[in-house]
Each structure stands twice: as structure tokens, then as C-alpha cells.
Design a protein around this ligand. Structure first.
Ligand code: UD1
Length: 384
């Protein structure tokens, strides 16, 4: 008997912003290498500068996305709507069996909304994170994407409880671990080789790396106060600040002595992680960096009122400072007394994408994920 011909499952990965690339790269690589899948990558173009996008894709070795939607910047509504308008005909044409969306950016929500309405099963990578802060656009994106997703891939234990409380079924939830850490593990040797600190004339273990880009901090008066506080801290500890375009744009009026605080352009992945690996500490408002510092054992101070990644505080090296630039002044003394030590959370081991692929391989028919569920409820007033 001739061997049965197995039709590969068509999977579309949607990426759009810098952190998406690190979360999806290990999954994309495994999908590309597996004859059981026909894999297509769609880049929304939410991040479009070479330094924010292309350089990352090159370093991560994931090739050029087959489709580029070029949505660019805009208000939340404009950006989300552009992704929706441009991805709908593409998904109709590609007719995938599954769409994978990572994280919590506008591209994530937009792609999920379109896939959901087209009846295409959705896998959400990094499901179930919650800051419980609805003033953050990312929280809206996460909650709504998780409501639409059929496969919820989680990276920390508390995510499952959040999803169950929001009415998701347990058998849709798969605790696979952290795919962003997979990328870090895979690139560790190259990161070490780069030695970004000495390239910048910094001594390993002596300096503070800063990244700030969230609207709550950089789109208003807090940025000026943060810049002033950084300027003060830089008298005690060298400060290097790879600056996001949003922050750069708003930095114009901020009082900062660029002799003392080293403002540098956004750095490529390997260089940035090398810089972080050699740091005394990190000050950030990013989500991903809270995780990467935890893995690397580098103290992380998060300038936010909350975090959707509490495992980085409970287990890892993260200290939540609050959304208060005045707290920046406390960093040198906190470092001196050893704040920000921790361990690596479970399943942040470099194998999360393998576990995710195991889930995809084990499922016979993705379409069944979308079949309405029998909840066991009876309709008391139904006409017999
Ligand atoms: C987005 C995500 C945020 C994520 C961050 C990672 C949303 C709601 N926010 O924020 O969750 O942490 O990406 O970086 O999706 N710009 C450039 N070049 C680029 C991209 C942006 O100059 O390649 C500038 C533009 O002025 C743009 C601004 O940065 O208006 C903000 O970009 P946008 O994609 O809207 O949001 P981010 O702040 O990057």
C-alpha cells in the first residue's frame, strides 16, 4: 500500500513589532523545518525602521517575511484598522488552518480579530498575562486576544488562573514556557562574544542600562522628571540609554546632560542583550526586558505601577519601583544592598517552542477548536 499522503497544516505567523520577533523566531524556525507544516510569515510593518525591525530579523536568522503590510505608525485606531484592512484579503487568500499571534501589541489584536471573524483558529503566544491596568493599551490587546484565541500558550503559572476566571476552557490552555527565553538561550554564545560594554568603553558590572518607551511615561511630563533623575544617578553610576524612537521624539525638551547619560540609538538584539548581560542593573518599563534580566540574573528596576509579569518579581530579579521618576534616585543604594536577586522561573529553559510545536502536532484537526462547546447548561424556558 502506498504511504498515506499527509497534507501539511497551513500556519500563518503574524509579527509586527520588535518584541514579537524574539517571541516568534524559535517557533517560526521549527515550523519552517517541519514538513508537516506549510508556514507563512506576515509582517504588519507596525515597526518599520531598519533598527527596529530588519536588523532583528537578520540577527535572529528567520529570513524575510513573505508578506509585508507596511501599516506604519498612527493612532491606535488607525494602526489597528490598517492591519485589519490589509490582512483580511491576505488571510482569505492564504486560507490557513491556524494563525499564530504573539504578545500584546496592536498588530496582535488586529490580526486576531480578523482571523476570528473569518473563522480561522488562532493560537496566542504569551497568553494570560495581566497587569489589571486598563489604562495600558496592551492590557486591552491581551484580554481581547485571549478571548478570541483557541490555543492559549502560556509562559508562567499564574496565566492559567487569569484565563479560567475570564471564562476560557482549561483544555485550550497550554503551559509551554517562555519562547523569548528560547531565543536568548539559542543566542547566548553570540551574545557573550559581542562584548558590547567594552565597545562602548564601559566596564563590565559597573553601569546601568535604561530603556523607557511606554506612553504613560514618555508621552507626558514624567519624561522630563525621569531624565533629570537619570542625570543625577549618572553622577554615581554610568548610565547608557538606547533610546526608542517614541522617547527620542519626546525627549527634545527634557533636561539631560548627554555627556553624563549616554543616549544611543536603538540597539540590535545581540548587542543589546550583551550590554544587559554585563550591566550592574537595568531600569526599564518594557515587558520583555523584565523577563530577560530575570533569566540573566541582572537586577531589574521597573518604572511602572504594575507588571503583567509578576513571576519576574516573585521568582526573578525584578523590583517594581512604581510609576514615579523620583524612585530612580534609590537605584544605587538598592544595588548596593543587593536588591534584585532571584532565580529562573520554571519552563524558561530554551525549550518552550518545542513544547508548543508538540501541541500543534498532536492536534488532528484545528477546525474542531472553533466548534461551539456544549456547556451543559439547559435553557429552562426553551419551547419543547
Ligand atoms: C509598541 C507596542 C508596545 C511595545 C513596543 C515595543 C502597541 C500598543 N504598543 O509600542 O506594547 O512594547 O511596541 O517597542 O502596540 N516609530 C519609529 N520607527 C518604528 C516604529 C515606531 O520611528 O519603526 C515611532 C513613531 O513615531 C511611532 C512611535 O515610535 O509613532 C510609536 O510606535 P508604535 O508602534 O505606535 O508604538 P510603540 O511605542 O513602539
Amino acid at each position: 500500500m502506498p504511504p498515506a499522503v499527509i497534507t501539511p497544516r497551513r500556519v500563518v505567523s503574524v509579527i509586527g513589532t520588535r518584541p514579537n520577533f524574539m517571541k516568534m523566531a524559535p517557533i517560526m524556525r521549527l515550523l519552517d523545518a517541519d514538513a508537516g507544516f506549510e508556514h507563512t510569515v506576515v509582517h504588519t510593518g507596525q515597526h518599520y525602521d531598519r533598527a527596529m525591525s530588519e536588523v532583528f530579523l537578520e540577527q535572529l536568522g528567520v529570513g524575510t517575511p513573505e508578506h509585508m503590510l507596511d501599516v506604519g505608525s498612527g493612532t491606535h485606531a488607525v494602526q489597528t484598522a490598517r492591519v485589519m484592512e490589509r490582512i483580511e484579503p491576505l488571510l482569505q487568500r492564504l486560507a490557513p488552518d491556524l494563525v499564530l499571534v504573539p504578545g500584546d501589541v496592536n498588530s496582535t489584536l488586529a490580526a486576531a480579530l480578523v482571523a476570528s471573524k473569518l473563522g480561522i483558529p488562532i493560537g496566542h503566544v504569551e497568553a494570560g498575562l495581566r497587569s489589571f491596568d486598563r489604562t495600558m493599551p496592551e492590557e486591552t490587546n491581551r484580554v481581547l486576544t485571549d478571548q478570541m484565541a483557541d490555543l492559549l500558550f502560556t509562559h508562567s503559572p499564574e496565566a492559567k488562573g487569569h484565563l479560567l476566571r475570564e471564562g476560557r476552557d482549561g483544555d485550550h490552555i497550554h503551559y509551554v514556557g517562555n519562547t523569548m527565553i528560547d531565543t536568548l538561550v539559542a543566542m547566548r554564545e553570540r551574545i557573550t562574544e559581542i562584548d558590547a560594554a567594552s565597545r562602548l568603553g564601559l566596564e563590565t558590572g559597573s553601569y546601568l542600562v535604561v530603556t523607557l518607551h511606554r506612553p504613560a511615561l514618555v508621552d507626558g511630563p514624567l519624561l522630563g522628571a525621569a531624565a533629570q533623575a537619570l542625570d543625577d544617578v549618572a553622577r554615581e553610576i554610568p548610565v547608557v540609554f538606547p533610546i526608542h524612537p517614541r522617547t527620542r521624539r519626546n525627549m527634545v525638551d527634557a533636561a539631560i546632560d548627554t555627556e553624563r547619560v549616554r543616549l544611543v540609538d536603538p540597539m540590535p538584539y545581540l548587542e543589546f542583550l550583551s550590554l544587559v548581560s554585563g550591566a550592574r542593573g537595568v531600569l526599564t518599563d518594557s515587558g520583555g526586558i523584565q523577563e530577560e534580566t530575570t533569566y540573566l540574573g541582572v537586577p531589574c528596576f521597573t518604572l511602572r505601577a504594575n507588571t503583567e509579569r509578576p513571576v519576574t518579581c516573585a521568582t526573578g530579579t525584578n523590583v517594581l519601583l512604581g510609576l514615579d521618576p523620583a524612585m530612580i534616585a534609590t537605584i544605587p543604594s538598592r544595588l548596593a544592598r543587593g536588591d534584585g536577586s532571584g532565580a529562573i522561573p520554571a519552563l524558561w529553559d530554551g525549550r518552550a517552542a518545542d513544547r508548543l510545536l508538540d501541541v500543534l502536532r498532536a492536534l488532528d484537526d484545528y477546525a474542531t477548536l472553533r466548534v461551539p462547546r456544549e456547556r451543559g447548561a439547559s435553557c429552562a424556558n426553551a419551547v419543547p
